[in-house]
Ligand binder design. Structure first.
Ligand SMILES: N[C@@H](CCC(=O)N[C@@H](CS)C(=O)NCC(=O)O)C(=O)O
Length: 203
């Protein structure tokens, strides 16, 4: 395999999915975490000026989902069947859109109380419940998201909904099949190891 360097901030954010995929595949990589202070000097040298970027040897690959999909392919987590692979892509876009709405509220200047109210009244019922309801149905009928084999979708489901579950248990508990995937992926030895040793960060 080529030499990999994943460049991001000291945060889970848009890079953690790729870190989980590397962990799943037991792939060695440099996990470069730029500090806020270093960023203004580093930014002009980052293609596109945004992170994450994955350096593959000396070639940069931008965009978090393209990076994750590439690493998923490398570690055997993209289904060979084109339609199944497309459903995995659709899930990645859906969860990224959903998280966009979560981050919009999280990063706003509203008070904690106002944010909680917005999550409860707007984000949860409008952006999360429709996704969770469809996933609950699909995951009660299949062992994994794409059928009988684990794929990068399962890793993403576990990462995203596991994080939400830690903060808002009551949001995810009504969807036991989703929680089933959250727990099944987090119990995989290599993922479990990564979670245990990953740096503690706020996001
Ligand atoms: N669509 C891009 C968005 C990348 C992005 O917005 N990155 C943020 C961090 S999460 C960033 O680089 N912010 C610093 C800046 O724009 O100067 C992706 O998914 O990778």
């Amino acid at each position: 395999m080529p030499e990999y360097k994943l460049i991001y901030f000291n945060a889970r954010g848009r890079a953690e999915l790729t870190r989980w995929l590397f962990a799943y595949g037991g792939v060695n990589y440099v996990d470069e975490r730029i500090t806020r202070e270093e960023w203004p000097d580093k930014k002009p040298n980052i293609p596109g000026g945004r992170v994450p970027v994955l350096m593959i040897g000396d070639k940069p690959l931008p965009q978090s989902l393209a990076i994750a999909r590439y690493v998923a392919k490398e570690v055997g987590l993209v289904p060979e069947d084109n339609l199944k692979a497309a459903y995995c892509d659709a899930l990645a876009d859906t969860l990224a859109e959903m998280m966009g709405k979560v981050y919009e509220v999280m990063m706003s200047s509203k008070t904690e109380e106002e944010k909680n109210q917005l999550f409860k009244d707007e984000v949860y019922p409008k952006a999360m419940v429709p996704v969770l309801t469809r996933l609950q149905k699909r995951l009660s009928e299949n062992e994994w998201f794409a059928g009988d084999k684990i794929s990068w979708s399962d890793i993403m489901i576990s990462l995203v909904f596991g994080e939400i579950h830690k903060k808002k248990t009551e949001f995810i508990d009504p969807f036991p099949a989703v929680m089933g995937i959250v727990n099944k992926v987090r119990a995989l030895p290599k993922i479990k190891d990564w979670i245990a040793k990953a740096p503690e960060t706020q996001f």
